[in-house]
Structures are given as C-alpha cells and as structure tokens.
Design a protein around this ligand. Structure first.
Ligand SMILES: CC(=O)CC(=O)C(=O)O
Ligand SMILES: [Mg+2]
Length: 220
C-alpha cells in the first residue's frame, strides 16, 4: 500500500511520470535535433511502469523500438514554483529508468506536428529499477549511467553532461505542474540510443551501485 514517507515502491503510487527530452547535447545531435533553450517536457502514464521480471512489450505498430537509459528523480515532498535553491529538499531518491521510444511513431508524429503519446507512453515504456534512497547517491549531478544490449555497450554517459541540472528541472517543471510525493522525473538520455529486437536482453546500470535487466517481447 502506498503511504506517505514510504516511497520504496513509488511506481505503485500511480503518480505522474514527467520526462525531459534532449537534455544531453550529444543525444540531440545524434538525432539531428536542435539543442533546446528550455526543457522539453512530455508525460508517461503510470501504466507505462514495468519492473524486472516482466518484459518490455513492443507495440504492434512499432518497427523501430529504441532504448533510452535515464536517471529518474523521485519526488518526496509536494511543491509548486519550487526555487532552485531548495529544489533538492523535494527529492526522496532516485531510480534508473528506460524511456522506451517507438522511434518510427515519434518520427511520424514529429513530421505531422502531433503529440508523442503513442511513441512514448505505451504500456511497458518505462522500465524502472528499485528505489535508491537519496543518501546513496551523493552527487546525482555526476554519476555514470550505462546500457548494454545482449552484453554489448550501447549507451554510456555522465549526468554531468545534462544541459539542465536536476535543481533547475525541478524548479522549471514545478512552475507549470505541481510536483507531488511519488512523482518521477526522467532527466533525459545520453548518446547511443539504438534499436532493439524481439528477445534482446537489455541490461542497464548506475555506476556499480545498481543494475537491472529486461527482455524484449512482441505480442502481435
Ligand atoms: C528525442 C527524444 O525522444 C527525447 C528524449 O526522450 C530524450 O531523452 O532526449
Ligand atoms: Mg528520453
């Protein structure tokens, strides 16, 4: 049961998943996207969560599913228009997350000027690790995150490469969307995104603090 102060299983709280796009210059460049002058935001529903032991499902309309490894920030205290100076007081902890993206659907939405919902918010589009209490990640602004597909390293980057820092993101987002206990912010992906196929095994980690594994399945 979700209860205040116990965010160990934050994914069961049914709260918002707020994602930041193009927050690493090298990733914006690899997809030939402009570097944003302010954070680019989109949402996933809580039904996007999937935990280790269950697979990532490729949506039937997708033929180019990409992995994006990201540091997730778990909110522990409600706030609106949070000043940057106190933003970290609203953080309960962290999680390693994948922002699974139907890149073909996203390209089509982009070309038609449509929202990215079907590209980003489908069931199992947010694989998530165990909760990492704040005290275990001393410097979230400088940790190495990585992802392997079938044991081959595809993504590796440091959160120090983010364009917009975690305090800036919390402050910026909370100007428009009240942040609540159990909300999760996905802070963007470093370079190296690539396609995954049915039966691939994805392994991702934060330094040697935590690792998680997921298998990809097609259901159509
Ligand atoms: C181009 C994207 O899909 C943006 C995104 O999600 C990111 O992490 O960057
Ligand atoms: Mg992303």
């Amino acid at each position: 049961m979700a209860s205040a102060g116990n965010l160990q299983r934050f994914w069961e709280w049914g709260k918002k998943i707020i994602c930041v796009g193009r927050n690493y210059t090298a990733h914006a460049a690899e997809l030939r996207n402009a570097v944003p002058s302010e954070p680019l935001l989109f949402l996933k529903p809580p039904s996007a969560y999937v935990r280790e032991g269950s697979p990532i499902q490729v949506p039937y309309y997708c033929h180019n599913l990409h992995h994006e490894v990201e540091l997730g920030v778990v909110i522990g205290k409600r706030g609106t228009a949070i000043p940057q100076e106190v933003a970290m007081q609203h953080v309960a902890g962290y999680a390693l997350c994948l922002d699974m993206t139907a890149r073909d659907a996203q390209d089509e939405c982009k070309s038609k000027g449509l929202p990215w919902t079907l590209a980003k918010a489908f069931d199992t589009s947010c694989p998530v690790s165990d909760f990492i209490p704040k005290e275990q990640l001393c410097d979230p602004g400088n940790v190495r995150i990585w992802l392997k597909v079938n044991d081959q390293l595809r993504q590796e980057g440091s959160t120090s490469q983010m364009i917009f820092s975690i305090p800036y993101l919390i402050s910026y987002i909370s100007e428009f969307i009240t942040l609540e206990e159990g909300d999760l912010i996905l802070t963007g992906t470093p370079k190296g995104v690539s396609s995954v196929q049915e039966n691939d095994e994805l392994e991702a980690g934060i330094e040697d603090i935590l690792k998680m594994k997921f298998r990809v399945v097609r259901t159509d």
